[in-house]
Design a protein around this ligand. Structure first.
Ligand code: GDP
Ligand code: MG
Length: 337
């Protein structure tokens, strides 16, 4: 899929101007709930990753519902409210959904015509058709009325707690195998991942481990490249419910640094559930960190420990299963009580 991202950005800028100060952020996402492009309402040039990170987990389960209803042809435009935000979802052609996030105090009615118009233009951008990114000022006239008529059905969307998806992050030094681990885990169920504008790959994976009795959905965030910038790391690590601390068993330094990663992650996401992973166990002759050392560190940090190889696939599923189990214990079971 190649889309004209410059035009998309220009369109989002126009949209932001039209909506005004109540706009928190806009996202263009595909059917998988992956962010293709985003823009925030703040004046800063860069996308506010913290906001995007915070709302992505909220947006995702709504999108799953939309996707279901899309297939029966019933979805057009919908709204969803939380205590902090109001969301407007508009289908933008067969590929994408256009999401508007407004402050909770905002009225949605004046925004609808703009959202609808923007969604139509986004659909055209996806189709590769010519379209102007300019969004004209709509005043209360026939123009608005005709658009309002087109918004056939406005749905109030609800999300059940079991549809919730958890943000999963990875911590650990460069080259320990974080990206390989994730790709190994998601590869069969997931064809593509998108590098969003925020320097992060976001992948979705539903864990259907039968023996757990409950499905757990992870939105896996993988920081692209080796970003050394603290600012980027902080928003990457924020608002996460699940995390994997990874070191390389052939690299003692990466083991020694786990404590720092642990502190940084706990700082950014105090409620996170973590596991510790020692990766690259296929490199038997080069091993530099013993199994006992891994267990000892895990015990000290109060975490479960597992050793993996992203190369052979050994224990990869079990690592994620361990994490899924933690999520079920923490969220699903406590909610039922
Ligand atoms: P990241 O920087 O932590 O995301 O690490 P990458 O996933 O990019 O992996 C860094 C390098 O280690 C790559 O060359 C991988 O092919 C290699 N690698 C990752 N996991 C394993 C593993 O389990 N065994 C071996 N032998 N190599 C691995
Ligand atoms: Mg990586």
């Amino acid at each position: 899929m190649s889309i004209d991202t410059k035009k998309l950005q220009a369109l989002l800028q126009w949209y932001k101007q039209s909506v005004g100060e109540n706009l928190v952020a806009t996202l263009v996402v595909n059917r998988e709930g992956l962010v293709i492009d985003a823009l925030t309402g703040s004046e800063e040039e860069s996308v506010d990753e913290e906001i995007i990170g915070g709302v992505s987990a909220l947006v995702e389960p709504v999108l799953t519902r939309i996707t279901k209803e899309f297939s029966s042809g019933s979805f057009g435009t919908g709204t969803f409210d939380t205590e902090e935000y109001r969301f407007i979802f508009c289908e933008a052609g067969p590929e994408a959904v256009f999401v508007t996030i407004l402050k909770a105090i905002a009225g949605v009615d004046p925004v609808f015509p703009y959202a609808y118009l923007a969604a139509e233009k986004i659909a055209r951008i996806f189709d590769g058709r010519t379209v102007s990114p300019v969004i004209p000022k709509l005043i209360a006239n026939d123009n608005v009325k005709s658009i309002e008529r087109k918004i056939e059905k406005l749905q109030k969307l609800k999300v059940k707690s079991e549809e919730y998806a958890f943000k999963l992050i990875l911590g650990g030094d460069g080259a320990v195998g974080k990206t390989s681990l994730v790709h190994r885990f998601v590869e069969n169920s997931f064809a593509k991942d998108y590098k969003s504008t925020i320097g992060t790959s976001i992948m979705k994976k539903e864990c259907n481990f039968k023996e757990l009795g409950s499905n757990v959905r992870f939105i896996i965030w993988d920081l692209a490249g080796q970003s050394q910038f603290k600012r980027v790391r902080k928003s990457y690590l924020a608002n996460a419910e699940a995390g994997i601390l990874v070191y390389d068993v052939t690299n003692h330094q990466s083991y020694d640094n786990i404590g720092n990663w642990h502190d940084e992650i706990i700082n950014a996401s105090p409620n996170i559930s973590l596991i510790l992973v020692g990766n690259k166990i296929d490199l038997k002759d080069e091993r530099d960190v013993k199994l006992q050392e891994g267990n000892k560190l895990a015990e000290k940090l109060g975490l479960s420990y597992i050793e993996t190889s992203a190369k052979t696939g050994e224990n990869i599923n079990d690592a994620f299963k361990m994490l899924a189990l933690l999520m079920i214990k923490k969220y699903v079971i406590t909610e039922e009580v």
